[in-house]
Write a protein that binds this ligand. Structure first.
Ligand SMILES: Nc1ncnc2c1ncn2[C@@H]1O[C@H](COP(=O)(O)OP(=O)(O)O)[C@@H](O)[C@H]1O
Ligand SMILES: [Mg+2]
Length: 268
């Protein structure tokens, strides 16, 4: 067992990214995005979600996935937006429940051939593209054509595009405007507030089996500022602080510990 776990009586690494879906932390701001996303999917709409790196976009998707009824929706998650065209179209076919094809033409052919069936099927496909700011332009063009198809007024699939704020900027370009206008909802995941940071640290420490606060109040304020509202960064700094405090045999992470850790990590 690592020394800091022992020292604080933690049963597991509190800020690990290996977290069960059921343990995801959902403060009102995140719960709101999950609710909106579930509502949109239920209504067969398409959605764009943006937010800075590490604010918790992928975790929001995980929390959403757990709420989508699998008997009525088929959710395909694709996080490798830069994947080659071949694989991209294979994934898209998978999402649509079609035989895998490796070219755009084959996908469009399959879609046209099965459009009646696809529209009648009771299982609605939801294609989730994480890191969508990295998508190739021609992929974006094709997604637009797919959404644009005259599907008898019934949506053929719901697209969920998730990415950094660059995604928003790209979607607003003239070339992508019609795709943009078909994304019915645009949700944003904001950086965490100071209250969120406090709550998050507590929740994750408790999940690791410790009931008392391991971070002093003024230490939390410093951590919040250092992480700029990004949870991934908060995870990293908070873990380092716990290890440092354990080495120094401190009962809590205080201001002094945080400032030492921040100084050390700022060193070139
Ligand atoms: N809702 C959440 N519950 C618990 N931990 C979270 C949550 N959101 C983010 N995190 C933590 O922050 C890290 C980064 O989150 P992630 O969703 O991957 O960010 P993004 O996709 O926006 O870059 C995760 O590995 C996790 O440790
Ligand atoms: Mg992510």
């Amino acid at each position: 067992m690592s020394m800091h776990l022992d020292h604080f009586g933690l049963s597991a690494e509190p800020f690990s990214k290996e977290l069960a879906d059921k343990d995801l932390w959902l403060p009102p701001s995140k719960q709101h995005v999950v609710d909106e996303l579930v509502e949109a999917i239920e209504a067969r709409e398409s959605v764009a979600i943006t937010g800075e790196s590490g604010v918790g976009k992928t975790c929001v998707l995980r929390a959403t996935r757990a709420r989508i009824p699998t008997d009525r929706f088929r959710l395909t998650y694709c996080h490798n937006a830069t994947l080659g065209r071949r694989d991209f179209y294979r994934q898209l076919c998978l999402a649509l429940g079609l035989r895998p094809s490796a070219t755009a033409a084959a996908v469009f052919y399959a879609v046209s051939a099965h459009v009646e069936e696809l529209a009648e099927t009771r299982v609605h496909p939801v294609f989730v593209l994480d890191e969508a700011h990295l998508l190739h332009q021609d992929t974006l063009d094709h997604l637009h054509i797919l959404l644009n198809y005259a599907w008898d007024s019934r949506a053929l699939l719901s697209l969920v595009l998730v990415g950094l704020s660059e995604l928003d900027e790209r979607l607003q370009l003239k070339r992508n405007r019609s795709l943009f206008s078909r994304l019915h909802r645009r949700l944003e995941i904001d950086p965490t507030t100071p209250e969120d940071t406090l709550d998050y640290l507590r929740v994750r420490v408790r999940l690791a089996g410790v009931e008392r606060d391991l971070f002093a109040e003024d230490a939390v304020a410093m951590l919040h500022e250092a992480a700029h509202g990004a949870l991934r960064e908060l995870d990293r700094v908070a873990s380092t602080c716990l290890r440092h405090a354990a080495r120094k045999k401190r009962k809590v992470v205080d201001r002094d510990v945080v400032s030492r850790v921040l100084k050390a990590s700022a060193r070139p």
